[in-house]
Each structure stands twice: as C-alpha cells, then as structure tokens.
Design a protein around this ligand. Sequence first.
Ligand code: UDP
Length: 442
Amino acid sequence: MEKRAEKKRIVLVPLPLQGHITPMMQLGQALNSKGFSITVFLGEFNRVSSSKHFPGFQFITIPEILPVAEVEAIGPVEFLIKLNKTSEANFKDCVSQMLIQQGNDIACIIYDDLMYFCGAAANEFKIPSIIFCTTSATHKVCNYVLSKLNAEKFLIDMEDPDLQNKVVENLHPVSFKDLPIGGFEPLERFLVLCREIITKRSACGAIINTVSCLESSSLTLLQQEFGIPVYPLGPLHITAKETSSLLEEDRSCIEWLNKQKPRSVIYISMGSIFDIETKEVLEMANGLCDSNQPFLWVIRPGSKPLPEEVSKMVSEKGFIVKWAPQNAHPAVGGFWSHCGWNSTLESIAEGVPMICRPFNGEQKLNALYIESVWRIGILLQGEVERGGVERAVKRLIMDEEGASMRERALVLKEKFNYSVRSGGSSYNALNELVNYLETEGK
Ligand code: UDP
C-alpha cells in the first residue's frame, strides 16, 4: 500500500498571474493526493475565483502585494523586481502568524521561481524550500546564459549577424538571436532580474512543469547549473481534477463544438495576458473566414473588442467565447496560439498541431521548438496577412504536412500519457519529490 504522509503542510506561493497560478494549483492537487495539506499564499488582487473547488486547501492573502495591473504601468521586469522587494516583509509576517496559530507542520515552502523573496522567509524560519518553474527547462537554461552576459557588450555584439546566428553552446537549435529577451526590456534590468533570481535562491530542489521526453538535454544542463535535484514532473494538467481559472469559464462553446466534425476546428487563444493588434485581428479574421474551416476564438473580457464588421463576419463562420473551458474537445484540429508554456503542453497532451504566433522572447523560444525540434507546428513570422493565414490553416488542417505534424504530436501525446503512469518519468519524479518532502522536509 502507498505510504501516506501524516498530513504535513506544503506552502505554495505562485506568481500572481494566470499562467503561473494554474500549474501551481495543479501541483497542489498532485501533492494533496499524496496526503499533504496545502496552503496557498496569494496577493489580494489575485484570488483564485474557483477556490471553492479546492476543498481542504487553505488560502491566505499576502496583504498589500503589488496589484497585477501594475505590470501594464511599469512593465514586467520592474514589476517583478518591485514585487519581490515589497513582498518580503509581508510574507515573513504571514508565515510567522501561521506558525504561531497552526504550529510548525510546514514540510516545505514551494515558490514560483520568480517569487524569490520567499527564500529569505524560508531561511529565517528554517523551513526547507523548493522552487517551481512554470516555463520550459530550455527557457531556464537560457536565463542562466543571459545572467552571465554583460548587457552593453551583448547589445553591441548582437549587431554582428554571425553572432546572431551562432548556436548557444549545447543548446542547438537556439542561437544568440533566440535568447528570450524580447518583451523584457531594457536588457540591463532584465539581466539584473535573472541574476537576482539565481543569487537569492536558497532552495534545495527545483520542480519543472515539463516532461523529460521533450527536453532531456536541457534538463541535464539545468541540473548542472542548479546543482540541486531537479524534478521534471509535468505536464501537471493531465492528472489535475480542477481548473484554477481567475476568469469565469464560458461553456457556451461546447454545444457548438459538438456540432463540428472531428479535428476540423481551429482553436484560437493568446493566453491570459497578450492582446492582438486590431490590424492583425482584421487579417486573421479574413484569412480564417476564407479558409472555410470552423474556428473557436477566445476574446477575453478587457481585451480589445473585435470591430463590429469583423464580429459579424466571424460569428457566421466561427464562434467567439470569452474564456474557454480548459477541457479538450475532439472537434479541435489545430491550435492557433501565442505559445505560452501551459498552452504548449496542453496542445501536445491532446496531440493537436499548432499555428504559432508568439509575442515575447519566451514564447518565441517555445515556438522554435514547436516548429523545428518537435515539428508539430507552423510559425507565422513578420506581418500577418489574410492570404498567409488562409494558407497556414489549410496546411495544418487539410495538407499532408499538417497530417504529419499531427502524427508527431500524437506520438508525443502517448509519451506524455506514459510519463504520468506508473514507472513513467514524471510519475517517478513526483514520487522522488514526495519522498524528499516526507523524509527531509521537517
Ligand atoms: N486558458 C483557458 N481558457 C481560455 C484561454 C486560455 O483556460 O479561453 C488557459 C490555458 O488553458 C492555459 C492558460 O490559460 O492553461 C494560459 O497559460 P499560458 O502559459 O499558455 O499563457 P499566459 O497566459 O501565461 O500568457
């Protein structure tokens, strides 16, 4: 019989953004199923609206944590640096209160890699800590490469096309121009952040939401850089029972999907943060309608609304939804995505090939792997125009090329399923983690 932990507590501290909260809550479910009690610390403005779905989880609010809306005002890099500065004292107070009220039953603090202020509290209260990385192992290795660069020199060197195309040591096919810096300007400050994440870390392990079959060489490199055990136990969403949406799911699309042919629909989602420019929306809408394939398009509340004439045209051939349920549907044949890491894992887990339209450096890195390494998607670069959209949709859904991509995606899907079953790599990594938490963690 499986050994159950004696209800030791795990404290989880996600970064207060949907793409980070979701996998952290999935990790919480995985550890809860192994017998641990779960306490989640969240900022005041970022409560998980479906916290009722997590019976037995305790939710604690860290007061006055930076509202996520600040990202818009100061940009992601300054937001993260400020968030870490302003949260340390409050978090220590919260943990101290918890220890007084509940006694010290905390086996470990597991915190998002980007919430590095947690390391100081863990040290002060002598509680073991583990970092949780919600992006790919390759992305983490790239951040190590970046942390060692001199920003000024790098920017000058990058004017040399030879360096731009030079492959980063041991990271084929990533070349210097692919290093994920786009969207995190200015470079000097981003490199400060990369270094802070590394130097302020005091964790005794690292959990990565990835699968070893996807990026085994990057995982080996990461293990060398981290110098602590690395647990690749993804994709966490496969085994999670509940979603953790900050937005209300709109299930109205299910009935529409049920009426579509299997593998015919293009599902379009740009994740929880990014917004497409109106000019590009117009080209996409026209190209999608010209392709004659049905499509399901997520237009989040608060994002730019579709122009009226587009909305009318789109509603005739497709279906617009505010926030789709996370469950897969057999009618979906292709995923038009910004290539956030969660979206990438979810698409592979369903064996669905992708049209990649990344916004920032990390997503571009994922798109590079989707197109060139796993060969399960088409990357749209430069300006998008309707003819290109129509061709991409047809290539993916109707052509041989798309069928081959689907076949490869289905092979990876199988490997994903195998990885979380008894004896699989992620299954074993989770058990190793649990073993550590039961024996070493307090
Ligand atoms: N998502 C969802 N419904 C939608 C659109 C997205 O549940 O209508 C989820 C998606 O399944 C994924 C997450 O939002 O789990 C987006 O995370 P990702 O890392 O891909 O991108 P981010 O939002 O961080 O840019």
